[in-house]
Design a protein around this ligand. Structure first.
Ligand code: G3P
Ligand code: MG
Length: 243
């Protein structure tokens, strides 16, 4: 891989072309040349990590209800593909374990933790990362930076990534203020430019802006020297990078 080129991180898989956060979407992202995928995680009432963006099933499936108040078997009754298209009918809300099984062992998976679930999610996630030997290939990200710092303290081998949509004065200095080792910055893509990116990378941080989809913004990010781009369209980014 050309180290000057950003890696392609498929957002919720290839969410522009397949139902977000389904196995079909992750499979498509990998087929389209994504080097990594981003996904969102919640915890069911019986302690299983479920891959879904929202805290409820309402928007993305044919069922409704709060994931955190449902048993995994009930969540698995939902169809997570049919609302996107009939061609994807039968897709389920994946267990995080299933995504790990589907994608090649070394492929980077960016697990975005949406909620702390009262401190219950982190131990389940860390146990799964250890058991599946995924600590080295996963980046755990969140908008909840206190949660990330706690996760890093509980397991120093885990890689954490800061999600934010703020126009920070000094991105790398903010990361350093957490008091734990931060692996990557995940800024909203309009809120970081080439100078901030260069400084962050000089200080050892990976820079993975989210979520850029149009050719113009993808080209701007490529030129700005980011280490990866989170996109709903991995094939589109792959084509631009191949030019
Ligand atoms: O992880 C990047 C991006 O997914 C953060 O926002 O709402 O799409 O999960 P959201
Ligand atoms: Mg996300």
């Amino acid at each position: 891989m050309d180290t000057n080129k950003p890696i392609i991180i498929g957002h919720r898989g290839a969410a522009g072309e397949a139902p977000e956060n389904t196995l079909g979407s992750f499979r498509l992202a990998a087929e389209q040349g994504a080097h990594a995928v981003e996904l969102d995680a919640h915890l069911s009432a019986d302690g299983r990590l479920m891959v879904c963006h929202d805290a409820t099933l309402d928007r993305t499936t044919d069922r409704s209800g709060w994931i955190g108040r449902m048993q995994a078997y009930e969540i698995r009754e939902a169809d997570a593909g049919v609302r996107f298209s009939e061609a994807y009918a039968g897709e389920k809300v994946p267990f995080l374990d299933e995504v790990f099984e589907l994608l090649p062992a070394g492929m980077m998976i960016n697990v975005e933790v949406k909620h702390a679930y009262g401190g219950k999610l982190a131990p389940v996630l860390l146990e799964l990362l250890r058991r599946t030997d995924r600590l080295g290939s996963t980046v755990v990200s969140s908008f909840d930076h206190k949660l990330l710092a706690a996760i890093k303290k509980a397991e120093p081998a885990v890689r954490i990534g800061l999600l934010y949509a703020a126009d920070l004065v000094d991105h790398a200095a903010y990361a350093a203020s957490l008091g734990v080792d931060v692996y990557s910055l995940h800024p909203q893509h309009m809120l970081i430019g080439p100078d901030d990116t260069a400084e962050a990378r000089r200080r050892g941080l990976e820079v993975y802006p989210y979520t850029a989809n149009g050719e113009e913004e993808l080209n701007r990010l490529i030129a700005s020297g980011v280490s990866g781009i989170i996109t709903d369209y991995p094939a589109r980014l792959a084509a631009l990078l191949a030019r």
